[in-house]
Design a protein around this ligand. Structure first.
Ligand code: DHB
Ligand code: MG
Length: 226
C-alpha cells in the first residue's frame, strides 16, 4: 500500500499541483526531525482533507490535535480565505507546528490554541456563541481518541447545518469491529462508543471509510450536520 501512495503521489502531488507543495513535504520531515511521533496523516489523506474543505466551501475549520501542523497546513492550503483553529496540548508539538506553519507562510491562516481540548474548546464555543468567532463549518478530530466523543459534543453546538465532521483513526487495523479488542484498549472502546453514539444522534448523518496506504489499515469517520 505504501508503494501505491508513492506512485500516485508522484503524479498527483507535484510542485506544480500546489503552491505549498514543498513546504508541506518539509513539515512532515521537520516534525520527525524535531522528535514528534510519525503519526500525522499521510500526504494522500491530507490532500483528501483539503479537497473536502474545498467541496464543502468551508472557511472556519476546527482541528483537535495539531501535532506538527501537517494537516492544518494542508487544510489551510485549500484557499487563502480558509482559517484553521487548531488545538494542541503538547507544548513541544505546538512550538514545532508554529515554526513549521510560519516557514510555510501560512501563519495568518492558522491559529494554534495551546492547551487541552477539554479546556480550550469550551472557550472557543463560548466565543462563537457570543458572536466573537464564526461558526465552525468543518471539524477534524485527530487527538487523544478517548475524548473523541467529548470533543464532538462540545464542538457541534458551535457548528451549523452542513458542517463536515471527520474523525481520524476509527478503524485501527480492523480492531474496532471486536469487543474483546475494546476491552484491551481504551482507544478502541472509545471509538466504538463514538460510532454507536453517532448512530443514535439525530444531529448527524455519518459513515466510516476504511483506508489503506503508507499509514497502514485505518479509516476516517465522515459526517455531516443535518
Ligand atoms: C496514533 C494517533 C493518530 O492520530 C494516528 O493517525 C495514528 C496513530 C496513535 O496515537 O497511536
Ligand atoms: Mg490520526
Amino acid at each position: 500500500p505504501g508503494a501505491v501512495d508513492d506512485y500516485v503521489n508522484s503524479h498527483l502531488q507535484t510542485p506544480a499541483s500546489n503552491k505549498y507543495h514543498n513546504a508541506l513535504e518539509h513539515i512532515r520531515e521537520k516534525s520527525i526531525a524535531a522528535g514528534l511521533p510519525d503519526i500525522a496523516c499521510s500526504a494522500a489523506q491530507a490532500k483528501y482533507l483539503a479537497i473536502q474543505v474545498k467541496i464543502a466551501k468551508a472557511k472556519n475549520i476546527l482541528e483537535l490535535g495539531t501535532l506538527g501542523g501537517f494537516s492544518a497546513a494542508w487544510m489551510a492550503s485549500a484557499g487563502p480565505d480558509v482559517k484553521v483553529t487548531t488545538v494542541e496540548l503538547e507544548e513541544h508539538n505546538a512550538n514545532v507546528a508554529s515554526k513549521n506553519i510560519a516557514e510555510a507562510g501560512l501563519q495568518n491562516q492558522i491559529d494554534i490554541q495551546r492547551g487541552a481540548g477539554l479546556g480550550v474548546l469550551p472557550k472557543l464555543v463560548a466565543e462563537v456563541k457570543a458572536g466573537q468567532r464564526p461558526e465552525f463549518d468543518f471539524i477534524f478530530i485527530d487527538a487523544d481518541k478517548q475524548n473523541n466523543l467529548a470533543y464532538l459534543n462540545l464542538a457541534l453546538p458551535a457548528s451549523r447545518s452542513g458542517t463536515v465532521v471527520i474523525v481520524d483513526n476509527v478503524v485501527r487495523q480492523g480492531r474496532i469491529a471486536y469487543p474483546d479488542e475494546a476491552a484491551k484498549d481504551e482507544r478502541i472502546s472509545a471509538t466504538r462508543n463514538l460510532i454507536e453514539t453517532i448512530g443514535k444522534d439525530e444531529r448527524l448523518d455519518a459513515t466510516v471509510i476504511q483506508t489503506v496506504g503508507e499509514k497502514s489499515y485505518d479509516g476516517f469517520l465522515f459526517a455531516i450536520k443535518k
